[in-house]
Design a protein around this ligand. Structure first.
Ligand code: NAD
Ligand code: IPM
Ligand code: MN
Length: 355
């Protein structure tokens, strides 16, 4: 039978609370489909940093490279500066394993209320395709004349031709596979002199090969306004690392809660393991209260199985998620319910076992 080896990094805060629910759901769905799954836990987190001075061991990436996929909760917690914790764990994984596609679906589920007026399921159904390994996310730069009045800080962005073209290609292909065949590119080519006009020029060049698509470009400022004003306009959104990050919190917020949103960090060539996680972070404000919504993690688990080739497991998990939300079974507070993290995870698991 099929067997998968998964590296599990719960991480910090509510990461430790939502990951067990994702694992519970995976085990139930795997059982239904005769798939065996082995989970190897890594306790790498800000606690590791406090005790060792590092977020993960020196050979951490080498250890992870042997797995079929990585399943991650969230990283970062007060006590360790965010740029230290994230550049010590999450960002190196994305970069070392060339997970250059960050695929983040956004969908309004039946049973949830959009904060936008008169939006129905079907009105919000798009993908954010985020460049995930270069762009504005960079550790290149530094401080000069530190401690003086002349102090100056620089922060480089890097846009390579290969890096830009491959993420655009992924987004164009995804748009081609969809009914609306509509691709929207988010840039800021009026304010940023080099990088964003370059990105626009690569979009224009690639659009020539996709005459069947409707392709448009908006500056990120009006893009955010349009997304809130008319989310039904969007189908596939492509953006740089930073803009994709911002749009993938804004989009899910328009569907009722950011906590249902999944994030697939994909190495399309499958040379390296891909990584699956919720879009949200460690939520220190609610950590330890057992009220975190596990749906973003569970949806990420479904995307992991799809990536690993089990569309059936993906569909089993997602129909249970859809049913739980539609029938408003054991929903957490962010979705207007009163249930705990485990109660919602159990409701989804029970639906899978009953399928
Ligand atoms: P956050 O996503 O952790 O929280 C934002 C808000 O959403 C909070 O009010 C939180 O309570 C709520 N929220 C988030 N997830 C929820 C869930 N599952 N159920 C219910 N409510 C939920 O963002 P933040 O506050 O900006 O970041 C907190 C920490 O997490 C920081 O250290 C940040 O760097 C880190 N972070 C990590 C990741 C990641 O590991 N991929 C992603 C985002 C933020
Ligand atoms: C995300 C997070 C990360 C990002 C942070 C924690 C570095 O916000 O996965 O969206 O910006 O990529
Ligand atoms: Mn983010």
């Amino acid at each position: 039978g099929t067997h998968f080896n998964i590296a599990v990094i719960p991480g910090d805060g509510i990461g430790k609370e939502v990951i067990p629910e994702g694992l519970k759901v995976l085990q139930a769905a795997a059982g239904k489909h005769g798939i065996s799954m082995e989970f190897t836990h890594f306790d790498w987190s800000c606690e590791t940093y406090h005790s060792t001075g590092k977020m993960m061991p020196d050979d951490g990436l080498e250890q992870l490279s042997k797995f079929d996929a990585i399943f991650l909760g969230a990283v970062g917690f007060p006590g360790v500066p965010d740029h230290i914790s994230l550049w010590g764990l999450l960002l190196p994984i994305r970069r070392a394993f060339n997970q250059y596609v960050n695929l983040r679906p956004v969908r309004l589920f039946e049973g949830l209320q959009s904060p936008l007026a008169n939006k129905q399921p079907g009105d919000i159904d798009f993908y954010v395709v985020r460049e995930n390994v270069e762009g504005e996310y960079s550790a290149i730069g530094g401080i000069q004349y530190e401690g003086t009045e002349d102090e100056v800080v620089s922060q480089q962005s890097i846009f390579t031709r290969k890096g830009t073209d491959r993420i655009l290609k992924y987004a164009f292909e995804l748009a081609r596979s969809r009914d609306k065949k509509h691709l929207s590119s988010a840039t800021k080519s009026n304010g940023l002199f080099h990088s964003m006009p370059y990105w626009d020029s690569r979009v224009a060049a690639m659009a020539k090969d996709y005459p069947d698509l409707k392709v448009d470009q908006f500056h990120i400022d009006i893009f955010t306004a349009n997304l809130v004003r008319m989310p039904e306009f969007y189908d596939v959104i492509v953006g740089s690392n930073l803009f994709g990050d911002i749009l993938s919190d804004l989009g899910p917020a328009c569907t009722g809660t950011i906590a249902i949103a999944p994030s697939a960090n994909i190495n399309p060539e499958k040379t390296f393991p891909s990584m699956f996680e919720p879009v949200h972070g460690s939520a220190p404000d609610i950590a330890g209260q057992n009220i975190a919504n596990p749906i973003g993690t569970i949806w990420a688990a479904a995307m992991m199985m799809q990536h690993l080739g089990s569309q059936a497991m993906h569909d089993t998990i997602m129909s249970a998620v859809e049913a739980a939300i539609r029938d408003r079974l054991s929903l957490t507070r962010d979705m207007g319910g009163t249930a705990s993290t485990q109660e919602l995870g159990q409701a989804v698991t029970d639906l899978i076992l009953a399928q």
